[in-house]
Unconditional design. Structure first.
Length: 307
């Protein structure tokens, strides 16, 4: 876009008319006082996240018009509701799959690297450190603007975007099934035996997690729904088993899940090492819901153990 005078400093409108004249002195001042400081701040935030958590996820947010710019590199007529931009090194496939499922389930169209592609990563880490993950989110302005004013859809789209950001925050440790099968992380070695069991062919899991929490285990994104509503977690559902990690005594759900001959109150338990958070297997257990939660949990009966 720089060749159209619409790079780091905009000098022209889309129709070619002059927006402003940028002298060499003004360019130097703006780049030093704003552009470079912005990227230094981003770099420092990434460094802090890596030091504190060992990972970092950047969500590069923008908006785009319903009609493409005259000077747009991609003049495609495809103008989806939302658009994610990716990088082959810094955007895990699970984030793409999670994004597709999220927007499609809400009834929105989604472009993947279309009409805009790529996502920001500080050059210090670009193509060097895959613990720095990044995904771009572009929002079509038709969803929340009427001319230059907020439209009736503004609050709705605000909620949609906030929900997406919360989902990304929660799911940074989730794998897609293809990733798990190809990379075979030790935490998920049990999935081969799990997939051979036809009783679970159409089964999903649901795991309760509060809005401000991160997922602290590795699992398959296609198989798990993260829910922040306790009523949903405790609701009777066929073929959606509540998933508990380790010894969450206080989280015993009141759910009956029927899976062929396993017609009994069921919970699924991920066995996790306390010292390193490594997952060593998955158990399907029956519980007696007539007992108090902790008693019922302790008296659980292991029906199947995938390890």
């Amino acid at each position: 876009m720089a060749k159209f005078d619409m790079g780091a400093l905009y000098e022209k409108f889309d129709n070619g008319d002059t927006l402003r004249t940028v002298t060499p002195e003004l360019r130097k001042t703006i780049l030093q006082d704003y552009y470079q400081k912005h990227h230094e701040k981003l770099l420092n935030l990434v460094k802090s996240s890596l030091e504190a958590k060992g990972k970092c996820l950047i969500v590069d947010c923008h908006s785009f018009p319903e009609e493409s710019f005259n000077c747009a590199v991609n003049k495609s007529s495809f103008r989806p509701d939302f658009n994610i931009g990716t990088d082959s090194f810094h955007t895990p496939k699970r984030l793409i799959e999670i994004s597709k499922r999220y927007f499609e389930e809400l009834g929105y169209s989604l472009g993947i690297d279309e009409p805009y592609s790529g996502t920001i990563v500080p050059m210090e880490y670009y193509k060097k450190n895959d613990r720095v993950q990044s995904i771009m989110l572009e929002v079509n302005r038709k969803l929340y603007l009427s001319g230059t004013e907020k439209s009736d859809g503004y609050e709705k789209i605000k909620e949609v975007v906030q929900g997406y950001l919360k989902l990304l925050k929660k799911t940074t440790k989730l794998y897609t099934l293809n990733e798990a099968l190809s990379s075979r992380p030790k935490n998920l070695e049990w999935i081969t035996s799990y997939m051979k069991d036809d009783r679970f062919k159409n089964v999903r899991f649901k795991h309760y997690i509060e809005d401000d929490e991160f997922v602290n285990f590795e699992f398959i994104s296609e198989w798990i729904d993260l829910v922040s509503d306790l009523e949903e977690f405790n609701r009777f559902e066929i073929n959606r088993i509540p998933l508990i990690v380790g010894d969450q005594f206080d989280m015993l759900p009141a759910v009956v899940t029927e899976i062929k001959e396993l017609k009994t109150p069921l919970i699924a338990i991920l066995h996790q090492h306390l010292w390193d958070e490594q997952i060593k297997g998955l158990s399907i257990c029956s519980v007696n819901l007539k007992k108090k939660p902790i008693t019922a949990y302790l008296a659980r009966k292991e029906l199947i153990n995938f390890k």
